[in-house]
Design a protein around this ligand. Structure first.
Ligand code: SF4
Length: 322
C-alpha cells in the first residue's frame, strides 16, 4: 500500500495544473504538512499560503476540510471505501478511484485527460466526451478494461501511454504497444469536444493604500475566499492606474487595474494594515501588483505614495487563479 495522503495531495494539485509546476509545491507541502493530522491542525492562512501560485484555491480549502474529517472521524486513517471517500470535501469519482487504485490497489477504473484520449481512440468513440452521456460511456469503457489485480500499475501505464505515445497531435501509433487493439480511424480527430466557450474580458479595479509603511489589504469572501487582496474599488475611477496586469480565470481574461488611494479614516471590518506581505496568503496577481508597487515606492523614495509613480510593466500570469 502506498501513502494515501501523498497520493491525495498529488491528485488535488494535478487537477488543472501541470506536473512541472506541481513538483516544488508538492515537496514543500509534504514538508510543511506531512500527514492528515498536521494538515488538519494548520491555520487556514498557512494552508492558502502554501498553495499560493497554484490557483483554484478551493482545492486547498477542500484538502484541509478533508484532513479534518479524516483526523476526527477516521482517526487519521484515510478510508478505503470508494463510497466513503466520495463523501469527503472535494473528492469526486476520479480522485476517489485514483486513491483507491494507486494507494490501495483496488480494481477501479480512472478517466482523466490522458486516459480519456486513449480510450476514445481505442474504441473509436466519436461523440463528445464533455456531454453527460459521453462521460458515462468513457467510464464504462474504462471499467471494461481494468484488470482484477494490479489495477494501480495498469492505470499508471494507461496514463503514461496517453502522455507519451497516444499524444494529442501526431500519436506515435507505429510504436504503440496496444496498436492491434486500437479501432481509431483518424486518431488526431479524437477525442471530440464541444467547441470551447469564448473568453470573456473583465476589468477589476483595486486600490493601493499605504500609511506609515503599512499596506491596506482586504480578506476576500468571494473568488479568493480567505486570502488577502488589494481592496476592491466600488466607485468608478478615472485616470491612469499605477499598475495593470492580466490573468486568466476560468473562461475569463481579467485585467487587474490598481489605483493609488489615500488612507481612509476608518477601515472596514474585513480590512487590515500589514507591515509585510511575506507570510500572508495572497493570490498571485495581487501579490505581484502589491510587491511591484511597494518596490516602485521604495525605489523612488516617495513618502506620499502614488505621486508620480509610473505604470508598472504589464505581466501575464500563466496559472489560472480561481
Ligand atoms: S494505436 Fe495510435 S491511436 Fe491507437 S492507442 Fe496507440 S497511439 Fe493511440
Amino acid at each position: 500500500m502506498r501513502d494515501p495522503y501523498a497520493i491525495l495531495i498529488s491528485e488535488f494539485m494535478l487537477q488543472q495544473t501541470q506536473v512541472a509546476t506541481v513538483i516544488p509545491y508538492y515537496d514543500e507541502w509534504l514538508r510543511r504538512f506531512p500527514d492528515f493530522s498536521a494538515l488538519s491542525r494548520a491555520s487556514g492562512n498557512d494552508v492558502l499560503h502554501a498553495w499560493q501560485g497554484l490557483g483554484y484555491y478551493a482545492r486547498a480549502r477542500n484538502l484541509q476540510a478533508t484532513a479534518r474529517v479524516v483526523a476526527d472521524r477516521y482517526r487519521g486513517r484515510f478510508p478505503q471505501s470508494i463510497e466513503q471517500m466520495q463523501q469527503l470535501p472535494g473528492i469526486g469519482k476520479y480522485t476517489a478511484h485514483a486513491v483507491g487504485s494507486f494507494a490501495f490497489n483496488q480494481s477501479v477504473p480512472i478517466v482523466e485527460a490522458n486516459t480519456a484520449r486513449v480510450l476514445t481512440r481505442l474504441f473509436d468513440f466519436r461523440r463528445s466526451i464533455e456531454s453527460l452521456a459521453g462521460r458515462k460511456t468513457l467510464w464504462e469503457y474504462a471499467a471494461s478494461l481494468v484488470p482484477k489485480s494490479n489495477a494501480g500499475i495498469y492505470n499508471s501505464a494507461l496514463i503514461d501511454l496517453g502522455a507519451l505515445v497516444c499524444v494529442p497531435r501526431e500519436p506515435k501509433c507505429g510504436i504503440c504497444p496496444v496498436k492491434k487493439f486500437c479501432s481509431a480511424k483518424d486518431p488526431e480527430r479524437l477525442p471530440v469536444r464541444k467547441s470551447r466557450s469564448r473568453t470573456t474580458r473583465l476589468v477589476e479595479k483595486h486600490a493601493f493604500v499605504v500609511r506609515q509603511g503599512k499596506i491596506l489589504l482586504q480578506q476576500s469572501s468571494k473568488r479568493w475566499r480567505g486570502m488577502w487582496i488589494l481592496p476592491p474599488l466600488q466607485t468608478s475611477v478615472s485616470g491612469q492606474p499605477l499598475h495593470i496586469s492580466t490573468f486568466p480565470f476560468t473562461h475569463h481574461r481579467v485585467t487587474l487595474a490598481v489605483y493609488c488611494r489615500p488612507a481612509p479614516k476608518r477601515i472596514a471590518p474585513e480590512q487590515q494594515w500589514f507591515e509585510s506581505i511575506d507570510r500572508i496568503a495572497m493570490p498571485s496577481p495581487h501579490r505581484r501588483a502589491a510587491q511591484s508597487l511597494v518596490n516602485s515606492c521604495s525605489r523612488t523614495n516617495l513618502k506620499a505614495f502614488g505621486v508620480g509613480l509610473h505604470v508598472t510593466a504589464v505581466k501575464t500570469t500563466t496559472q489560472h487563479e480561481g
